[in-house]
Design a protein around this ligand. Sequence first.
Ligand code: HEC
Length: 220
Amino acid sequence: MTYRLSLLLGLMVLLVAACGSFAEPPPNAATLEAEALLQDDDAPDAVAVIPTNTPLPPTETPLPPTDTPPPPTEPPTEEPIEAEEEPADDAPALTAEEENIIFFIQEFSNPSNGQQLFNRTFEVEMAGDVIGEWACVTCHVVDNDEAGVGPGVYSLALRAGDRVPGQPAELYIYESIILPNAYIVEGYSANVMPIGYADVFTEQELYDISAYLMTLTGDE
Ligand code: HEC
């Protein structure tokens, strides 16, 4: 037993000695010095890079606060629009006749009669001396605002007052029926809607149709 152990130990000593002798010789004193010099050159650079990197973070943190200010600049852009509405309100004053028309549409009209007239077919003069047979509803759908031949009137009452500066919704609707070319809705053509409705309907019927359209606020 002891003999085998001493043999193993002897072998190990030999192996260690052999490995040591192979590992040591290759790196000479000169090559080691050269390596040390190379490492010294690299070291100062690495140290210099670290300080230049650390100052940068503080310059980046001030930037986020400059990004947050923009939002407040958006609300102010809505204010000029409100300012534009002011001259529109006091620009064209209503005539006594126009005020009467609005008053009659509001107080002395029959919206359900207007609804029937809106859905009935009439002979009416078109642009270019042509006589056509039309119901309002043929060109103006009532159950949505999408474009047919004319604009859908589902929520007409909500936008009618914004069409012509200084013209209340009732007056705009009334004039749209008897003078369709006085104001052309964006995206549509002039001379498509009949121009002869003032000869088809009585004054009272025009009030009734206007009052009916004033009930179309998009929630029915
Ligand atoms: C042959 C198709 C046609 C018929 C019929 C017609 N319209 Fe029109 N209407 C149009 C067109 C096209 C426009 C958009 C162009 C313009 O402003 O004149 C319009 C515009 C309007 C507008 C303005 C809508 C808006 O969004 O500002 C009103 C109100 C209106 N018509 C009411 C009527 C009434 C009421 C009748 C029936 C008595 C009628 N129309 C019959 C084609 C028609």
